[in-house]
Design a protein around this ligand. Structure first.
Ligand code: LLP
Length: 410
């Protein structure tokens, strides 16, 4: 199992920090998520230290895990927020972020969102469309403000990652081609209410090498070289985490070592999401049934693709371990959920779990609850947080009730 500073066995029981997971199971119905704030803060500080030479402004990417307790802890530790919707901006501000420490990104910002972001006074707009430049300029004029802009480059570079989370190749919907950025920068006076102060580049998530990022940043720097007023480079997120004990991923230091020499003298923004929260979260589930006719056998549990979509959507691997370790002979079984879809497969278990056993799905802190749905009219699960002291825990978002599922209809 991939253990870390917060998630490990003590004797036969799985712990999160000093909290035994069986204690959480005694008080809460499965499925539920639990996050370790000590681990979230540890990851945040480790990123800060790894990139220390660049003194980056870290804007935690709220799309990875937007739980208010997680946001509050990171904001209190000094993080800004990368938001991609009005809802994420609202959440960031509600959790205590200073508006000027929020960057607003997104491929399809609506007029209402642009106005909201201006009203709230967000620090940056990451812009990826010519029409969007015009819209923000016109709206900023109405508000009597200047909006600070980082143009997002589509560098036409293939990141080494899963095709569904690669964003920097020429056929991706993200960013502006270099030629369009050059044209906009050459005509800055067309946008009197925009302050073109930065460039943004993010070529994908769970990156398996820093080299494509280096090439992308080199292209970005060439584009801004003629403009000494552009001193900020936002290099996005994408720092990888290992989802299996034997999985090779480059270290964050590999990224820092490769990118730091390029960026000396610039103000640098980072937007990590997964790296901060993935290995701080577990999804807990209980085994309901088995079906023996298949080879390997199916173990059916009470979590599903409605709670954790990544395996169904990206064929993503999550390690799954028993909450209480017993001596059982290894036997691979397929862990599936109750949802009426053949792709509702959570992964492979290496031992033969029985009805009533509880399991922890690891590395589920990023892109877990945020991507959950009510598919099959399943209530969204609770979220629990282990506090920064490592000893206390509380339910920070209650499980949805049956009535919640009817709330929006009349
Ligand atoms: N900045 C931008 C512009 C992004 O598009 C993203 C992620 C991030 C930062 C944060 O990336 P991270 O550090 O987390 O890699 N749902 C997928 C991942 C989608 C990532 C979307 N953009 C998954 O479950 O793997």
């Amino acid at each position: 199992m991939i253990e870390n500073t917060s998630i490990a066995y003590r004797a036969h029981h799985l712990y999160m920090d000093d909290v035994p997971i069986p204690e959480l199971l005694a008080h809460n119905e499965t499925p539920f998520y639990v996050y370790s704030l000590p681990r979230v803060l540890h990851n945040y500080r480790r990123i800060q230290q790894t990139f220390a030479l660049l003194k980056p402004h870290i804007h935690y990417s709220a799309k990875a895990n937007a739980n208010l307790a997680v946001l509050r802890a990171l904001i209190a530790a000094g993080a800004g927020i990368d938001a991609v919707s009005m809802g994420e901006i609202q959440r960031a501000l509600y959790a205590g972020a200073q508006p000027q420490h929020v960057v607003f990104a997104g491929v399809g910002k609506t007029l209402a969102e642009i106005r909201y972001a201006l009203e709230q006074g967000v620090g940056w707009f990451n812009v990826e469309n010519l029409l969007e430049c015009r819209l923000i300029d016109a709206q900023a004029q109405q508000y009597g403000q200047r909006a600070r802009i980082a143009l997002r480059l589509n560098p036409d570079i293939q990141a080494d990652t899963h095709p569904h989370i690669a964003t920097g190749h020429g056929k991706a919907k993200f960013g502006l081609p270099a030629a369009q950025i050059a044209a906009i920068l050459a005509q800055q006076s067309d946008y009197p209410f925009l302050d073109f102060a930065g460039i943004h580049v993010h070529i994908g998530s769970q990156l398996r090498s820093p080299h494509a990022t280096r090439a992308a940043i080199e292209r970005a720097l060439e584009l801004i070289a003629p403009y000494p007023n552009i001193r900020t480079v936002n290099i996005g997120g994408g720092l990888p985490v290992a989802y299996a004990p034997n999985e090779y991923v480059p270290s964050w230091a590999d990224f820092a070592d490769t990118l730091t020499p390029l960026l000396a003298g610039y103000e640098v923004l980072l937007e990590p999401g997964r790296a901060v929260v993935a290995d701080a979260g577990l999804l807990l589930t209980t085994v309901l049934y088995r079906k023996e006719y298949a080879e390997p056998a199916f173990v059916i549990c009470d979590a599903s693709m409605s709670e954790l979509l990544r395996p169904a959507l990206y064929n993503a691997h999550h390690e799954i371990v028993p909450v209480v370790r017993t001596e059982t002979a290894p036997q691979p079984v397929t862990l599936v959920g109750p949802v009426c879809e053949s792709t509702d497969v959570l992964g492979t278990l290496t031992y033969s779990a029985q009805p009533g056993d509880t399991l922890a799905i690891l590395t589920a802190g990023a892109y877990g609850l945020v991507m959950s749905s009510n598919y099959n009219q399943r209530p969204r699960p609770a979220e629990i947080v282990v506090g920064a002291d490592g000893r206390t825990w509380r339910v920070v978002r209650r499980r949805e009730a049956l009535d919640d599922l009817l709330r929006f209809e009349s």
